[in-house]
Design a protein around this ligand. Structure first.
Ligand code: ZN
Ligand code: ZN
Ligand code: ZN
Length: 538
């Protein structure tokens, strides 16, 4: 009997590839998760969520984004491609397209049609991303036998992780509360998605009030509720608990769920439905499920980093992770699933709050400075519309006019940069030419350079002082090259990963090459090929 077992295991070993691969890779991206949310809320987490990932997994406590701007589109593209915007081309969520002279969205694609709704919400594809992802490399490696599925509330957080060869990406459509997709992946929604949509899961979550999960005294890591730094929901008098979701639907539509922790619960339900509907992790070809939890971002933008709402959202996400992990245990087995959990960027503590605590912070309002810049350029170069547009701290000059007048682009860029330095809150103003002609090793200039795509990016880049943002005085945002936006969690868990941690500095762009190396497949084509050394069991 023993010999038979040995022979059988010999043959089953032969059937596998040379590298012992997990059956399923699950990439979890928590939108706008600052690193400190793990430690701040530690005592209120369950045993089976974040605590379990950290105690049984490998925790990289010093993981950073290495480019500007730290937004969702570039974040997801960088995590899955192992490259930065200078190479993968997703330079922001929206950017000014010089050719068509208007803003273009990072995953919009006019050639595509919506699958699952009667509107434009599915006219999306990854066509603007110039690199492969590790999901693409996995599909190429396995001759398409590996499956790649992505699930998120936001379209960009599903489309970019699914890569160019993903089988399907699904995201939430705000009007109907259904998950939809693009004709890029197929002509209709798979049956299991149609079935999931019919269950009205979204409506179920919106049929009760959002109350605190734990007794309110447990929320002593947050400010008192109804502070001056929070924004109420439309239709609500004060930004405080309980939030009466059923009555708020009228003013906000079903998209309301995104701004509550239940958007994450819905995402988890859909992720489990995807595993079952697509039979992920069943055969010997490694599959990828990319899941993005984005309610954390909506809640952070609206209530800020110190509100009870954001703490409650993390405590509830922790419970969702707990149930997701036990689902994977029971149905696929921890030893067959490789999980990484990270974030697409962090966030700054609400500057108005920081100012009230004597920490330098502020709000940059660009309208007047840009008006003065236009006047200044006219004084030098004569009448003309010298500035095309300003957005995300980037100035696009009117290159046609500059070339038409035989002016030096470099000189106009430099005049613009020098002028913008006179305004409060502007710490640096850097020209595109500077980024083209130098090689920056570290610091903010290196981050700007890694975010700079010579063809798509602007002419002049503003770097604001720390904790200065362009935003409303309630809630918060992200996008800078400061550590509060760059430092995020990175935890590896399951499969052969041994428990442990490292405080060695690692880059977010190391995730894709590390996954590729663990799977024994090629690196994504633009990746920097740095591998994080994670201890594995024999
Ligand atoms: Zn984000
Ligand atoms: Zn509140
Ligand atoms: Zn955001």
């Amino acid at each position: 009997m023993k010999r038979l077992f040995v022979i059988l295991s010999f043959f089953s070993a032969l059937a596998c590839a040379q590298v012992d691969q997990p059956k399923l890779v699950v990439g979890i991206v928590v939108d706008q998760m600052r690193f400190d949310y793990i430690n701040r809320y530690w005592d209120d987490y369950s045993e089976g969520g974040f605590k379990r990932l950290i105690s049984e997994g490998y925790n990289c406590t010093n993981a950073h984004f290495n480019y500007i701007p730290t937004y969702t589109g570039p974040g997801h593209a960088s995590i899955y491609s192992g490259a930065t915007p200078s190479s993968h081309g997703i330079i922001s969520n929206y950017w000014y397209d010089r050719e068509v002279e208007e803003y273009s969205y990072c995953v919009s694609d006019a050639e595509m049609n919506t699958v699952g709704a009667e509107n434009g919400s599915g006219k999306m594809s990854p066509s603007k991303m110039l690199n492969t992802t590790f999901g693409d490399e996995l599909r190429l490696f396995s001759m398409n036998r590996s499956k790649v599925i992505a699930v998120a509330l936001k379209d960009r957080s599903a489309v970019l992780p699914a890569g160019h060869m993903g089988n399907f990406a699904f995201w939430l459509e705000s009007e109907t509360g259904d998950f939809v997709s693009s004709s890029y992946y197929g002509p209709r929604l798979p049956k299991w998605v149609q079935k999931f949509n019919k269950k009205d899961v979204c409506e179920g979550y919106l049929s009760h009030k959002w109350e605190l999960l734990l007794p309110s005294k447990r929320y002593d890591e947050s400010l008192n509720d109804n502070s001056a730094y929070e924004e109420a929901f439309a239709g609500e008098k004060y930004p405080k608990f309980p939030h009466d979701l059923p009555s708020l639907i009228e003013h906000n539509g079903k998209g309301l769920i995104k701004g509550t922790p239940f958007g994450n619960s819905l995402t988890k339900d859909m992720a489990i439905a995807a595993i079952e509907g697509e039979n992920l992790g069943e055969d010997s070809f490694t599959d990828l499920l990319a899941v993005s939890f984005s309610s954390t971002d909506y809640v952070g933008h609206q209530f800020g980093t110190d509100a009870k709402e954001i703490q409650d959202t993390y405590l509830r996400l922790d419970r969702d992770l707990e149930s997701f992990l036990s689902y994977l245990d029971e149905n696929i087995g921890k030893e067959n699933v490789l999980i990484f959990l990270t974030s697409d960027h962090g966030a700054v503590r609400t500057p108005a709050y920081l100012k009230d605590r004597n920490i330098p912070a502020g709000y940059f309002e660009a309208e007047e400075p840009i008006r003065e810049l236009k006047q200044f350029l006219q004084n030098i170069y004569g009448f003309g519309d010298w500035v095309k547009t300003y957005g995300d701290a980037q100035i696009f000059l009117n290159r046609e006019l500059i070339f038409e007048k035989y002016l030096s682009l470099e000189e106009v860029q430099q005049q613009t940069a020098d002028f913008m330095l006179r305004f409060d809150g502007v710490q640096k103003a850097v020209t595109g030419r500077t980024l083209e002609n130098n090689e920056f090793e570290a610091g903010i200039l290196a981050c700007l350079q890694k975010g700079f795509n010579q063809k798509r990016s602007a002419d002049v880049f503003l770097v604001l002082d720390p904790a200065w943002i362009e935003y409303s005085h309630t809630g918060t945002t992200h996008g800078s090259g400061y550590t509060y936006d760059r430092h995020v969690p990175l935890i590896w868990y399951g499969w052969n990963i041994k428990a442990g941690s490292t405080s060695e500095k690692v880059g977010i762009t190391d995730i894709a090459s590390t996954v590729s190396s663990l799977l024994g497949i090629s690196f994504p084509n633009g990746s920097e090929a740095n591998i994080i050394s994670i201890p594995l069991s024999e």
